[in-house]
Design a protein around this ligand. Structure first.
Ligand code: 3DU
Length: 214
């Protein structure tokens, strides 16, 4: 049963808080990243936690191991439950984020493959598979894989087994929620919810896919 994760990429604190509060009954977690944190400040994490949902930090951390650790430690100190890092910087950089997550009782997800058209320049082929394998070997909780390419998600599933797959690219990027809900553990939806005239109703619409079997 996939969870529904709201990608809250608005840039203003007040609208973020309002949308989070309205959508909270229909979603399982909220993912924020540079747009909101740079727009409203890191303290927005504390405000959003009042919606009562786990918060995922999508900074796609992609640095040397020491810098990754410093970033991840700050993320967990700010109250996030999970961090997303990139996989391409390699095993030691992934491991630094996984170790920080473990030390703080949080989760770490590794971007194995991206959802946008340009992802075909690098990720498709053996790179996504290689990163997925590294994520498993490093003890990550799961990977990020593209809802826009279900055939790739199936290949990556064969590598990660029961590890979680969280999948962005639904709605605004063209990915089909019903199809991807069958094969992933988390549906990440941003604009199709927060740009809707009624975000709560849009979230409720996507929430029905939470019942789909994996
Ligand atoms: O396209 P949406 O508005 O539903 O937002 C998708 C979110 O997921 C957004 O925060 C983006 O930064 C993130 N994401 C991807 O879209 C694709 C990836 O491969 C990884 C993360």
């Amino acid at each position: 049963m996939p969870e529904l994760i709201l990608a809250l990429d608005v840039t203003e604190r007040e609208s973020a808080i309002r949308i989070a509060r309205d959508c909270a009954p229909h979603v399982d977690a909220i993912k924020i990243g540079y747009p909101l944190v740079l727009g409203a400040g890191l303290s927005v994490a504390r405000d959003l936690k009042e919606a009562g949902l786990p918060l995922i930090a999508d900074f796609k951390v992609a640095d040397i191991p020491n810098t990754n650790k410093l970033i991840a430690d700050q993320v967990f100190a700010a109250g996030f439950s999970a961090i997303i890092c990139h996989g391409f910087p390699g095993r030691d950089s992934i491991q630094a984020c996984v170790d920080s997550a473990l030390a703080h009782g949080g989760d770490c997800y590794v971007v194995a493959e991206m959802s946008h058209p340009g992802a075909t320049d690098f990720f498709i082929g053996c790179t996504g598979e290689h990163i997925a394998k590294l994520a498993v070997e490093c003890g990550a909780d799961g990977i990020i894989a593209p809802a826009t390419r279900p055939f790739r998600v199936k290949i990556l599933r064969s590598i990660v087994g029961i590890k979680k797959i969280l999948s962005p690219g639904i709605g605004a990027q063209g990915g089909d929620a019903e199809a991807i809900a069958q094969i992933v553990d988390g549906l990440i939806v941003g604009r199709a919810i927060y740009e809707a005239a009624d975000p709560a109703a849009a979230a409720a619409g996507y929430a029905r896919f939470r019942g789909a079997g994996k």
